[in-house]
Design a protein. Structure first.
Length: 273
């Protein structure tokens, strides 16, 4: 049995916690962000009704896929080829039936980010089709700008909003207890964004009983996150790929997925939201 502190946004943290508990682990939801669908806003319904005019849809995160797929009324459009940034997004796409499209694009790894996606030959210039980019409200525009620069006619669907959360007192108290018992039980923290790493460091440096946070193993889903954790003073950082399979491998078989040399830094698009 493992004890996992989950820094994924809500409601993704809640979904992952249920899976971990079903497998006999303990999971503490420690989200710093909540995600809210925006499909009810004016313009979203009209855009979803006009998907036939697009040749490809690019998803920057698992939540982008979830919100988009939940707004579909007639199943996946046959002419709409999906592109995703990593294994976590691919798993969500498979759950929604979009992974069977012959035009599916996903980076081969080991890097999973916008830069790796944009490096795929199928997205090289010159592009001539219409591409819909699905991302968070106010998210990084790098992907749509780069695709437009390569010749694509791009449009953006801001499918969800990110709002800040503060850990509740009960969660902080439980984490403090886990830290006090770490000599007899395995405690790890799953870190899915650089921002989450920085928030954890603030808690570790503040008053109270969380000063030993930097002593537990941090599972980082991207090299940039791993580097930031080390800079912030974490003594043990384990790079893993995004997605449930890699997480379970890390906590159940104690297998460590090594960080390959030459991995690109995260720039825009992620497998975290």
């Amino acid at each position: 049995m493992a004890r996992l502190v989950l820094t994924l946004p809500e409601p993704r943290a809640a979904s992952l916690a249920r899976v971990l508990v079903e497998r006999g682990h303990e999971a503490l939801r420690f989200a710093f962000v909540a995600l809210h669908p925006l499909t009810g806003l004016p313009g979203a319904a009209a855009l979803m009704a006009a998907l036939a005019r697009f040749d490809r849809v690019v998803f920057v995160s698992p939540t982008a896929i979830e919100v988009f797929a939940d707004a579909l009324h007639d199943g996946w459009p046959s002419g709409l080829a999906p592109a995703v940034v990593g294994p976590g997004s691919l798993a969500v796409l498979a759950d929604r039936g979009g992974d069977r499209h012959p035009g599916l694009l996903v980076p081969p790894g080991p890097a999973y980010d916008a830069e790796a996606l944009l490096a795929l030959p199928a997205l090289a210039a010159p592009l001539h089709g219409r591409i819909l980019v699905v991302r968070a409200e106010g998210g990084n525009p790098r992907i749509e700008r780069e695709l437009a620069a390569r010749g694509a006619r791009t449009e953006v669907f801001e499918a969800y909003r990110r709002t800040a959360l503060q850990p509740d007192r009960g969660g902080i108290d439980l984490l403090a207890r886990w830290l006090s018992e770490r000599e007899t039980s395995c405690v790890r923290v799953l870190v899915t964004t650089v921002e989450a790493a920085e928030r954890l460091a603030e808690l570790a440096g503040g008053p109270g009983a969380l000063g030993s946070l930097r002593d537990i193993d941090a599972l980082a889903i991207h090299p940039r996150i791993a580097d930031r954790l080390r800079t912030l003073g974490w003594k043990s950082v384990t790079p893993i790929e995004p997605g449930l399979e890699a997480l379970l491998a890390a906590i159940e078989s104690d297998r460590r997925v090594a960080e390959a040399p030459g991995q690109r830094q995260h720039r825009s698009g992620s497998d975290s939201d």
